[in-house]
Design a protein around this ligand. Structure first.
Ligand code: G6P
Length: 437
């Protein structure tokens, strides 16, 4: 059998030990020869490489860990390329969260203008990675975990030939939590799940062939789901927790405004502590504190995807994938988050049909925003960026969108070279001066 190499772009991520944990647990089924960790931060890279080597050694797994600052070297010959990058680091996330709040809008890593700014910074970098993959590892699959995962997957599938599977631990965690609350083992259930990344609903729960959706809703309510119970009963669906930013917008905004720290600020503190722990030469397993970092489930979804592809399993998983007719209301190339059969050719979406009318408007509006954002990120067009923000249901008006966009572009200028100096950008500046005078 040919040797298996996995590349991790952003190998200095606090999530890397999650991946190592999964690779150890599944080494018999995916015997990885080389794990090539690449990062732009040499200090974090060495810390994570050290911990990874200790974890493999303790488990008696012979995987070799190599490190490099050269992305192309890491990617060359890989079977899987895991992307764990955060362009601009945690400070950029904090700006994404803080700036919208000044305009009375939800400030969040993936939802709303925060996710928009993160997409503008990240899409060009993921497209560069995809170009390297096509050239240096054309058979490889990009296993993307970088947020906003749906937008990244859409950009790569539309603007590159690289093979990508867009992951999020959310669907795995949320569907499992509902079944757990019902006391039903996952293998007895079929959960119909539909939408976009961080904009999704559980619309049907079948247990042993019987429709138990109403029981599922009651179990979710009893377990303290983040969405109002009566709202779920009226929808006859379980919205993912990120939908609270739409259904409970004022309440969530108030919470964010009055919280002493944004989630990014909290995570920055946790990550500093995690890095200190990871550097301890006696640590040889993932520390408990990693649970507080969030992102649990990464090893489960990443390994499940890689194993299903590697062994041509045809397994049902919830991933981000081009629609190709699964949701009748959306174009074929729109990336959706739905149940797929995953085999060696990647994810194949299972047909959902029409969206329930109560969800259709929001999904179509957010998809339009996402497609405009991808195009703005690729072209550096101010006009398209403004159109994207105007299309977002959480952005109330043109008067808010223009100064908000200008502030986001200025705050992240260092990471947005595509917006620098083009004619379109000057048009944008004119728009700003018209409204701000
Ligand atoms: C969930 C979301 C991910 C997110 C993670 C951690 O799994 O689906 O998109 O990255 O939580 O979120 P946090 O806010 O803790 O960084």
């Amino acid at each position: 059998m040919r040797p298996i190499k996995i590349a991790v772009i952003g190998g200095g991520s606090s999530y890397t030990p999650e991946l190592i944990d999964g690779l150890i647990r599944h080494h018999d089924q995916l015997p990885v020869d080389e794990l090539a960790l690449m990062d732009v931060d040499p200090e974090r890279l060495e810390i994570l490489a050290g911990l990874s080597r200790r974890m493999f050694a303790k488990a008696g797994v012979p995987t070799r860990v190599t490190t490099t600052g050269d992305r192309r070297q890491a990617i060359a010959g890989a079977a899987f390329v895991c992307t764990l990058v955060r362009v601009g680091g945690m400070d950029a996330r904090i700006r994404d969260e803080r700036i919208p709040l000044k305009y009375g809008i939800i400030g969040q890593e993936t939802t709303g203008p925060g996710g928009f700014a993160k997409a503008l910074r990240t899409i060009p970098v993921l497209l560069d990675i995809a170009r390297d993959v096509v050239e240096l590892a054309p058979d490889a699959w990009i296993i993307n975990y970088t947020n906003p995962s749906g937008l990244i997957t859409e950009a790569v599938t539309r603007f590159s030939e690289a093979r990508i599977i867009g992951l999020c631990a959310g669907p795995f965690i949320w569907t499992r939590s509902v079944l757990h609350a019902m006391g039903v083992p996952p293998e007895r259930a079929n959960v119909d799940y539909v939408g976009l990344n961080h904009l999704s609903w559980i619309i049907r729960v079948i247990v042993d062939g019987e429709d138990r959706t109403d029981d599922a809703i009651e179990a979710a309510i009893a377990a303290g789901w983040r969405i109002d119970g009566d709202l779920m009963r009226s929808l006859r669906a379980i919205p993912c927790p990120y939908l609270s930013y739409y259904y409970h917008r004022e309440r969530m905004l108030e919470q964010m405004r009055t919280a002493p720290q944004t989630r990014g600020e909290q995570v920055k503190t946790i990550e500093a502590e995690l890095m200190r722990m990871y550097a301890d030469p006696t640590l040889a397993e993932k520390p408990e504190l990693l649970k507080q970092r969030g992102g649990g489930g990464y090893s489960d979804v990443a390994l499940a995807a890689m194993l299903a592809i590697w062994h041509n399993r045809g397994e049902r998983q919830y991933v981000n994938v081009p629609n190709r007719g699964a949701i009748r209301d959306l174009p074929d190339d729109a990336v959706v988050e739905v149940a797929c059969m995953v085999d060696r050719l990647g994810p194949h979406p299972i047909v959902v049909g029409e969206l329930p009318p109560a969800m259709r408007g929001l999904v179509c509006a957010v998809k339009a925003y996402e497609q405009l954002t991808v195009e703005a990120a690729v072209t550096g067009s101010y006009r398209l960026a403004l159109q994207a923000l105007l299309a977002h249901p959480l952005v109330p008006s043109y008067e808010v969108a223009v100064p908000l966009l200008n502030e986001l572009l200025a705050a992240h200028r260092e990471y947005l070279p595509q917006f620098d100096g083009g004619a379109d950008t000057r048009d944008g500046a004119n728009v700003f001066s018209l409204t701000s005078s």
